[in-house]
Ligand binder design. Structure first.
Ligand code: NAD
Length: 401
């Protein structure tokens, strides 16, 4: 294959310098994903699983491999605005790699300025930061490392469901601040036992959340455009809803796990949130833009929502004055759930596997594909609809100022 130029956008190194000190030695070795999908299988890796790979100096452990094959690799965190390194380097790039946590927004405008671009790899899951319609129209392959961090996200979602319902974050702050007023501490604290918990999207993450919530003795609900097998519904005692309105009306907690695509953009707006039970909770670890920004703020302020948590924002990074940073009764994290040190080892290996296939002219696994050959393909055909959801992403430049 002719020499390829690869541009890789990763988040900044730790403020205290790279490498960080690690809390644990190594990570467990997993044999396969739930359901049997095989783990990423590159011919080799040049990194230590469990070390920080997702920041610029970690470089997904790719540099030696890419350069030894005669290709070039540019790694940068500078991704937003016309003067960014990404914007300048993309013009003659063949491949772009980006992580959803620090997304390189590959808009139609940027695609138009990058005539050589043939492959966009998501080091993670969720390729909505690429204008998928423009990728379809330009015959650019878009792929991601399906399953690499699905369980990581499911764990985070369960943590945040419990944090909201039991009202953990204010209680923690009370302790740190030297207080002990129990009446204040429990004024918004409930048991989840007996509540109704629903997921929107019962794919890899949504199903893992349902399985993890089952032992809490809650009533479980789900909606998806693909119904789960009857045996799974029976084992978990699931109630299926053919539409999201029906689900939100009966649930106390709604956890969102569908991708962002034109069908789901701003799905949780004033109207849908207005149909929820007063005092419901939303956890959104899917994509920030599935929820309408001001509708969430308003619902928390009026008490229609008792709490909101998640780790996804729009755009990313969110401007310093993004209202979700300061709205009441939230338990947000930055976009971290899918980039634990454990997850990084899987998606770094998956990116290496994809690049090995690309350089050798071998097909990329079908389950990794989102767009190929001018169509949604593989996981993309199952879970997305055509179109673009990157509109407004240029607001990320406001984080810099
Ligand atoms: P998946 O493809 O296995 O599951 C997605 C499910 O959503 C599918 O079953 C699909 O049919 C369903 N769906 C699509 N459109 C829908 C709609 N309109 N209504 C209801 N259901 C719909 O993917 P996954 O691994 O479970 O990941 C889901 C999403 O989670 C990703 O696309 C990504 O946006 C997000 N994610 C976030 C992080 C993070 O770090 N926060 C990490 C990984 C994935």
């Amino acid at each position: 294959m002719a020499k390829q130029k690869i541009v890789c956008v990763l988040y900044d190194d730790p403020v205290g310098g790279y490498p960080p000190q690690y809390a644990r030695q190594g990570i467990p070795v997993l044999a396969a994903y739930p359901g049997g999908q095989t783990m990423p299988s590159p011919a080799a890796i040049d990194f230590v699983p469990g070390e920080l790979l997702g920041s610029v100096s970690g470089g997904l452990g790719l540099r030696n491999f890419v350069e030894s094959r005669g290709h070039s690799l540019v790694i940068t965190a500078d991704k937003d605005g016309p003067d960014s390194v990404l914007e300048k380097e993309l013009v003659d790039a063949d491949v772009v790699i980006s992580q959803p946590f620090w997304p390189a927004y590959i808009t139609a405008d940027r695609i138009a300025k990058a005539p050589n671009l043939r492959l966009a790899i998501t080091a993670g899951i969720g390729s909505d930061h690429v204008d998928l319609q423009a990728a379809i129209d330009r015959n650019i392959t878009v792929c991601e490392v399906t399953y690499c961090n699905s369980i990581s996200v499911a764990e985070h979602a369960v943590m945040q469901i419990l944090a909201l319902v039991r009202d953990y974050i204010p209680q923690y702050h009370l302790v740190v601040n030297g207080g002990w007023n129990i009446a204040d501490a429990i004024s918004r604290s409930y048991d989840i036992e007996g509540m109704s918990v629903g997921v929107v999207g019962s794919g890899r993450i949504g199903l893992a959340v349902l399985k993890r919530m089952k032992p809490f003795d809650v009533a479980l609900h789900y909606t998806d455009r693909h119904r789960l097998p009857t045996q799974v519904e029976e084992e978990l005692g699931l109630t299926f809803h053919s539409d999201v309105e029906s689900l939100v009306k009966v649930c106390d907690v709604v956890s969102i796990h569908c991708p962002l695509h034109p069908e789901t953009e701003h799905l949780f707006n004033d109207e849908l949130i207005g149909k929820m039970k007063r005092g419901s909770y939303i956890v959104n670890t899917a994509r920030g833009k599935i929820c309408e920004r001001n509708a969430i703020v308003k619902a928390l302020e009026t008490g229609q929502l008792a709490g909101y948590a998640g780790d996804v924002w729009f755009p990313q990074p969110p401007p310093k004055d993004h209202p979700w940073r300061t709205m009441p009764n939230h338990a947000m994290t930055p976009h971290t759930s899918g980039t634990s040190l454990s997850a990084q080892a899987r998606y770094a290996a998956g990116v290496r596997e994809i690049l090995e296939c690309w350089f050798d002219g071998r097909p990329i696994r079908d389950e990794y594909l989102i767009v190929q050959g001018g169509h949604l393909a593989g996981a993309g055909a199952h879970s997305y609809s055509e179109g673009d959801t990157t509109g407004g992403s240029d607001e990320a430049t406001r984080f810099k100022t």
